[in-house]
Design a protein around this ligand. Structure first.
Ligand code: ADP
Ligand code: MG
Length: 292
């Protein structure tokens, strides 16, 4: 009867929008007590837009040309949003040399002979770029509103601040409520700043946050939870989620995610509605009961 029950489970999953890749997925789901949700691209639409640009020093057009020059070399949603915002002002980006991307932090390059750095406030701190108190104040205010803040530094000087938003998927709050009802603990995981992450968590009723996590550390966050005796399901979409999805007891990838995330997951969520996450867990539990 066991293979039949599994096939019924897989079939019911398919109609719910839950693609179960292996029988292990059902086994693993039995003891899950914690669900870790990636923020960007999983809870949010992953389509960022620039809400506000604060020029700290120099000409606006120059700052924007420099920022876009660097971001043209990055595929991050932040980079695309900045390039779009700059072009929307009728400004053509400069051309950058020696471009490089620092995963989870930002990007850098040379424009007209000047070193240009764009990325998180943390990246600025790591590179020894001084942020004046008045600028730090603006950054905090934007982050407290749930916006992602990116800093532009030219010649080692903070030149502009970009505040970006990424709309939450409409189904996010409902999905979190249902996960809580299933008795699960919910954790928000992101490379974004703690304040921005807390603001989003609050909107969704999520009480546990792991922020400022570099892509390479996402899997370590999962293993630390496991070391605490928790059995963890992880939901993600990005290249930076692949190792965490593999580390989790149950990895779930949203179908709009990158190939590598999809390959690392036990379950693929075919529907964009996030309530497919509690659906998947309910289904796995029910299937497991039938098998046992
Ligand atoms: P998430 O985990 O939310 O998907 P990432 O790990 O991709 O976030 O990025 C973490 C942070 O690094 C971003 O919030 C941003 O501050 C910074 N960052 C990453 N890539 C870029 C980029 N191309 N330009 C500017 N900032 C970036
Ligand atoms: Mg993501």
């Amino acid at each position: 009867a066991t293979p039949t029950a599994l096939m019924v489970g897989v079939g019911r999953g398919a109609s719910l929008g839950v693609l179960v890749r292996g029988q292990d997925a059902f086994e693993a789901s039995g003891g899950i007590d914690t669900v870790v949700l990636d923020k960007t691209g999983t809870l949010t639409a992953g389509e960022m837009s620039v809400d506000h640009i604060e020029i700290v020093t120099g000409e606006r057009a120059d700052a924007l040309r420099y920022a876009a020059a660097i971001e043209l070399g990055s595929e991050h949603a932040i980079a695309q949003a900045i390039v779009t915002a700059v072009r929307d002002e009728g400004i053509e980006p400069n051309v950058a040399d020696e471009l490089s991307v620092m995963s989870g932090l930002g990007a850098q390059g040379t424009v007209n002979g000047s070193p240009v750095l764009i990325g998180s406030p943390r990246l600025m701190a790591e590179q020894g770029i001084d942020i004046a108190d008045s600028v730090a104040q603006i950054i905090s205010t934007e982050q407290d509103a749930g916006r992602t803040v990116v800093v532009l530094a030219v010649d080692g000087q903070v030149t502009a601040i970009f505040a970006l938003t990424d709309a939450l998927k409409p189904s996010a709050a409902k999905a979190v409520r249902q996960l809580h009802k299933l008795g699960l603990r919910v954790v928000l995981l992101t490379g974004d700043h703690e304040r921005a992450a807390q603001a989003v968590a609050q909107q969704l009723g999520i009480d546990e946050v792991r922020a400022d996590v570099l892509p390479a550390q996402k899997a370590e966050v999962i293993s630390a939870l496991q070391a605490d005796g928790r059995s963890v399901a992880m939901v993600g979409d990005g290249i930076n989620d692949a190792a965490a999805l593999a580390q989790a007891d149950l990895g779930m990838a949203v179908a709009t995610g990158t190939d590598i995330a999809l390959r690392s997951a036990d379950i693929i969520l075919v529907r964009d509605r996030l309530t497919v996450i509690p659906d998947a867990i309910r289904l796995s539990r029910a299937t497991l009961r039938t098998i046992r």
